[in-house]
Design a protein around this ligand. Structure first.
Ligand code: NAD
Length: 505
């Protein structure tokens, strides 16, 4: 029997949320959750076994018939109340993100805001889900379409945005009439429960939203469960590929958003102050743990030296420290293992022949007990180097110099990832040409992190997204619904008047 617990106990022991209440998986594997700024454990997450995941799916499947038949206006009203509750508890949510992930409070608050915007978008579902109607497509024949929910949908999310990325998914799925099972990252799982509590307080019926804590065991159970109709995944590319292949083989609809290496191209005519400021925030904000972080700067022609003149003093002046101090620009990394992996990339870059212009390994912050690493700049990175090719997912920026605009386009297009990119220039023609020719899903013109707002959709190209639809916006509505088209004819009956003779065929 699964043990039940109060939310207070769950501050220390993080369990599942199934059928509208906290449920602890049977005693089994556990994982530590750390305060990444102090390195101290702050909670224990209980890892779900396959049967725990199946219980969550069973609750979601049981809730689906009534929820999918609930008028969309009422579904949207629950989301509206959820929006108000997030606004009420926003500071608490941001503090949880800071504690478990490490990003600085102002940045954590920004991530809540970007999730909230998807909730606001989902409040408009009565309009978004409307079908189309064509009168008289044949004599006496009308045709119309509607979008209907799929059933149980699963979401599997990464550590770097424990509130925002789940909110890319479930507000859309739920207001479309689906029920949902979230498998959050085991590294920062508390936000999933906070959101579950708020959804319940908002009036969401039990079983519509469920949370299964754990790792690949829970994920594989969701992928193998015949009741799960659709899977949304956000995480690293190797796992995204696995999820995409497995879910598709099991006949599920799937979107799997993967990793990235995002280039920012600096043209010789760019405003170098602006470009340096943009690079600073985009490369080192959230300690580089953003899938839209700029990790590769590309200078065209003679731009490099003029850019470095502006950039280097700014990097040196960055304030690094615990995320609870809002005056900091950058906090720690998520775990000691991840910090060590990122640091090993700096060693590798040095071996590969890149010049370490700013060395995060020697930053005073590394003497603090948390998982800190200073900002790093590797100059003269080339296309062959692993530090240029691979996603590092930390505060490490490479700089690659190319002779021309065309060479910059070729470099970016040759990369296996195609999540985000930006060009900094004062020339409208160069910007327009870049937007047109670049093989990347999200492009910024003098905007370093071009994350689309909730009413557009988020998604990369190439090995940054597996599947046909991007996240949220109208793409989200399409992903979480299926189209039904009706052709309808009503033979003339009552309006022809009463019949008095015996009916015969
Ligand atoms: P990850 O791939 O390690 O984990 C993501 C999720 O998958 C977690 O819930 C994890 O428990 C689960 N998982 C991990 N290994 C698994 C396996 N073998 N089988 C089944 N499930 C598994 O990613 P992460 O380290 O949590 O997050 C960082 C990565 O996410 C980076 O690569 C980053 O670029 C990417 N990311 C991408 C986007 C995007 O929109 N494209 C957004 C945020 C993060």
């Amino acid at each position: 029997m699964a043990e039940k617990a109060s939310a207070v106990q769950a501050i220390r022991k993080i369990g599942n949320w199934i059928g509208g209440e906290m449920v602890f998986p049977k005693a089994g594997r556990t994982g530590p959750v750390h305060d990444s700024a102090t390195g101290q454990p702050c909670a224990t997450v209980l890892m779900s076994a396959e049967e725990d995941a199946r219980k969550a799916v069973a609750a979601a499947a049981a809730a689906f018939p009534a929820w999918s038949r609930t008028p969309v206006l009422r579904r949207a009203r629950v989301m509206f109340r959820f929006k108000e509750l997030i606004e009420r508890d926003r500071a608490e949510m941001a503090a949880l993100v800071t504690q478990e992930h490490g990003k600085v409070l102002h940045d954590a608050d920004g991530s809540i805001q970007r999730g909230l915007e998807v909730v606001e978008f989902a409040c408009g579902m009565p309009h978004l889900i409307k079908g189309e109607y064509s009168e008289q497509v044949g004599t006496g024949v009308d045709s119309y379409s509607m979008r209907q929910p799929l059933g149980v949908c699963a979401g599997i999310t990464p550590f770097n945005f424990p509130a925002m990325v789940p909110m890319w998914m479930f507000p859309m799925a739920i207001t479309c009439g689906n029920t949902f099972v979230l498998k959050p990252s085991e590294k920062d799982p508390s936000l999933s429960l906070k959101m579950a509590e708020l959804l319940t307080e908002a009036g969401l019926p039990d079983g519509v939203f469920n949370v299964v804590q754990g790792d690949h065991v829970a994920v594989n159970a969701l992928l193998g469960d015949e009741r799960v109709q659709a899977v949304s995944f956000v995480g690293s590319t190797p796992v995204a590929e696995y999820i995409y292949r497995t879910a598709a083989e099991n006949g599920k609809r799937v979107q799997a958003l993967g990793g990235a290496k995002n280039h920012l191209v600096v043209m010789p005519d760019a405003d170098m102050d602006q470009a340096a400021d943009a690079l600073l925030g985009a490369a080192y904000g959230s300690a580089g743990e953003r899938c839209m972080a700029i990790s590769a700067a590309v200078t065209v022609g003679d731009a490099a030296e003029r850019l470095l003149e502006k950039l280097l003093p700014r990097i040196e002046a960055l304030k690094v420290g615990p995320g609870t101090d809002n005056s900091n620009d950058m906090g720690p990394l998520i775990t000691a293992e991840h910090r060590d992996k990122v640091r090993s990339y700096i060693d590798l870059g040095e071996k590969e022949g890149a010049r370490v212009l700013v060395d995060g390994r020697r930053h005073p912050v590394t003497r603090l007990p948390g998982y800190f690493l200073g900002p790093t700049l590797l100059d003269h990175a080339t296309q062959e180097m692993r530090v240029y090719r691979e996603e590092i997912f930390g505060p490490v920026l490479t700089l690659t110099r190319v002779p021309s605009f065309d060479a910059a386009i070729d470099l970016v297009n040759a990369h296996e990832y195609g999540n985000g990119t930006a060009i900094f220039t004062r020339d409208g023609d160069a910007a327009r040409e870049y937007v047109s020719r670049i093989q990347v899903g999200m492009v910024g013109v003098n905007v370093p992190i071009p994350v689309p707002l909730a009413f557009h959709s988020f998604g990369g190209w190439k090995r940054s997204l597996f599947g046909d639809t991007a996240a949220y916006g109208m793409e989200g509505v399409r992903f979480y619904t299926r189209l039904k088209t009706v052709t309808s004819r009503w033979p003339t009956g009552i309006r022809a008047g009463a019949e008095f003779s015996m009916p015969t065929m």
